[in-house]
Ligand binder design. Structure first.
Ligand code: FMN
Ligand code: ATP
Length: 270
């Protein structure tokens, strides 16, 4: 699929209807999705660093092995309450939609709660990756941390994989314009209104979910919010000039208000 195209015309489907399999706890013995190559991380907004992990995983999986991604809900940042304002790049629905478009076989989406957060690195590797999902291989970046208090790093994961019988691939850092690609940096660009820089790091236009709110159209409340202003957006089948208010309400410069769905931010005009 042409990931680098700025606008993708795939059909929007609400959460749970995209055909992507959601695995919350584990896969039963004999399940065809056991033995997958699994990307490890949060993957909020699928940026170019994440794409590099997917490319590496695709090569390992080839034609034979299932390809999957781990992405917890809620986002660990929400669980640990480290965010004082909406920060997410994707709603659960747009995230699932993106994973479906990328051709993954399933998303492992455990509930990130106190019990999950307190798993030790060894418990995560043994109970979740090996026994629960039966992975054959996992793929991470160089800074992946896991387990209680972020105690596990990629070196430990390699050791655990060796003793438990799954492979580990560490993908080198991917940068854009001399900055490490990261969801945090994309959020910072969006909050500064630098849509082009955010999109360069994402590798495609930031795709936000819009919802009906008190008779108006608004950005989904969990989403990171660019500053109030006029934006060039792609919606449905064409570009529109849309005002974004400080409260997240979206109004068209002219014409009828768009209906709730996907809004792709292309540039900030004013
Ligand atoms: C099983 C498991 C347990 C985790 N436990 C913690 C934890 O106790 N504290 C923590 O800060 N991160 C923990 N993490 C890491 C978080 O998923 C997340 O990567 C981390 O909070 C940093 O998020 P950030 O990379 O978005 O800053 C755990 C991850 C896994 C897979
Ligand atoms: N620029 C990058 N290059 C290579 N791997 C990356 C890069 N960014 C993230 N990864 C890897 O992708 C996986 C998912 O990472 P994660 O969801 O934490 O993304 P992130 O962009 O680092 O997010 P945040 O900025 O919120 O911490 C992890 O294994 C991580 O190491």
């Amino acid at each position: 699929m042409a990931w680098t195209q700025p606008i993708q015309h795939e059909q929007w489907q609400p959460a749970g209807q995209g055909g992507l399999r959601h695995v919350a706890e584990g896969l039963p013995a004999g399940d065809p999705d056991r033995g997958a190559v699994l990307l490890l991380g949060n993957f909020d907004g699928f940026h170019r660093g994440h794409q590099a992990l997917l490319d590496a995983a695709g090569i390992i999986a080839g034609e034979d092995l299932p390809l999957a991604v781990m992405s917890c809900e809620p986002h660990p940042r929400s669980f640990f309450c480290v965010a004082d304002s909406p920060f997410r790049l994707t709603t659960p629905a747009t995230k699932a939609h993106r994973f479906g478009v990328l051709g993954l076989d399933y998303v492992f989406s455990p509930t990130f709660d106190a019990a999950f957060a307190s798993l030790t690195p060894a418990e995560f590797a043994h109970d979740i990756l090996k026994r629960g999902l039966g992975v054959s291989h996992v793929v991470t970046g160089d800074d992946f941390r896991f387990g209680r208090s972020r105690a596990g790093d990629v070196g430990l994961l390699v050791q655990l994989g060796r003793s438990l019988g799954f492979g580990v691939t560490r993908v080198p850092e991917v940068s854009a314009n001399a900055r490490r690609c990261s969801s945090s940096q994309v959020r910072a660009f969006l909050r500064a209104g630098d849509i082009q820089a955010a999109n360069a790091m994402l590798g495609s236009a930031w795709t936000a979910e819009t919802v009906a709110s008190r008779g108006q159209l608004a950005l989904a409340s969990m989403l990171c919010r660019p500053p109030a202003g006029l934006y060039l957006c792609w919606i449905d089948k064409g570009t529109r000039h849309l005002h974004l208010g400080a409260d997240g309400v979206i109004t068209p410069e002219r014409g009828t208000a768009p209906v709730p769905g996907l809004l792709r931010f292309l540039d900030r005009l004013a």
